[in-house]
Design a protein around this ligand. Structure first.
Ligand code: ZN
Length: 240
């Protein structure tokens, strides 16, 4: 784990005061809830302030449980279904919304992520800053911004099918064998350029965030707004 004095997500100087919003916490960038093995605090990626950590945790839980439920790992799916049930029984509104979105057709069962485009974009921003820090050991400088595109489950399935046709094997199994690509329990993958300017973060082999770190210019800010608008139009469904 890489230590830091400042929060990797918001840049605030962290303290050791219990329950202070800026107190230092250990962050698993790929959250524990989306991994089918248990990791300790020592296996965290870096430090983040309590405020950012708890804001991200809420999205971690939704994304983690639902992606793992849909993903290929059988034990993981079973455990995630249990978590989903628990969330429903505590009447969690987001999980209720997800449950009500389940639809069945000839093409399979699908479930819609109960997250807004803005929440997914913000999540991608956290991932971008996290990968940048893991890769380069420094916080994202203020003159750079994060551009985020979500590659939905249908597109991931399409990419996997194309890959299988060309190579005769599973794309993610092959990625797991590649020493240069970081993975967490062969479920989630961090694929990044050496300078961490372009990256793909894949969660549970289900959805993928395509992230670019770009200069903070007027044109680039417009590019970020444009990609957010297109995400708003096509919030992806997950299939099983
Ligand atoms: Zn923070």
């Amino acid at each position: 784990m890489r230590a830091s004095t400042y929060c990797v997500y918001c840049g605030v100087l962290m303290n050791r005061i219990v329950n202070d919003p800026h107190s230092r916490t250990v962050e698993h960038m790929i959250p524990q809830v989306s991994v089918s093995i248990h990791r300790t605090n020592g296996e965290g990626d870096f430090h983040a302030c309590k405020k950012c950590n708890s804001e991200k945790s809420r999205v971690d839980e939704i994304l983690g449980v639902i992606c793992r439920m849909v993903g290929d790992n059988t034990d993981g799916s079973f455990d995630a279904i249990n978590n989903f049930h628990k969330a429903l029984s505590r009447k969690d509104s987001r999980f209720k919304q997800a449950f009500q979105s389940v639809s069945h057709s000839q093409r399979g069962t699908s479930i819609t992520l109960p997250l807004t485009a803005k929440e997914l974009y913000r999540y991608g921003t956290w991932l971008g800053k996290g990968v940048y820090f893991i890769q380069r050991g420094e916080l994202l400088p203020e003159n750079l911004i994060v551009w985020v595109e979500l590659i939905g489950h249908e597109e991931v399935i399409f990419i996997k099918e194309q890959y299988r046709r060309q190579h005769g094997s599973d794309a993610f199994d092959d990625l797991s064998q590649n020493n240069r690509i970081k993975n967490v329990n062969k479920e989630s993958f961090l694929i990044t350029s050496d300078d961490a300017r372009v990256m793909f973060v894949c969660l549970n082999r289900v959805v993928m965030f395509h992230i670019k770190i770009i200069d903070d210019t007027y044109i680039n800010q417009k590019k970020c707004k444009k990609v957010l608008r297109s995400l708003e139009k096509r919030i992806g469904k997950l299939k099983k």
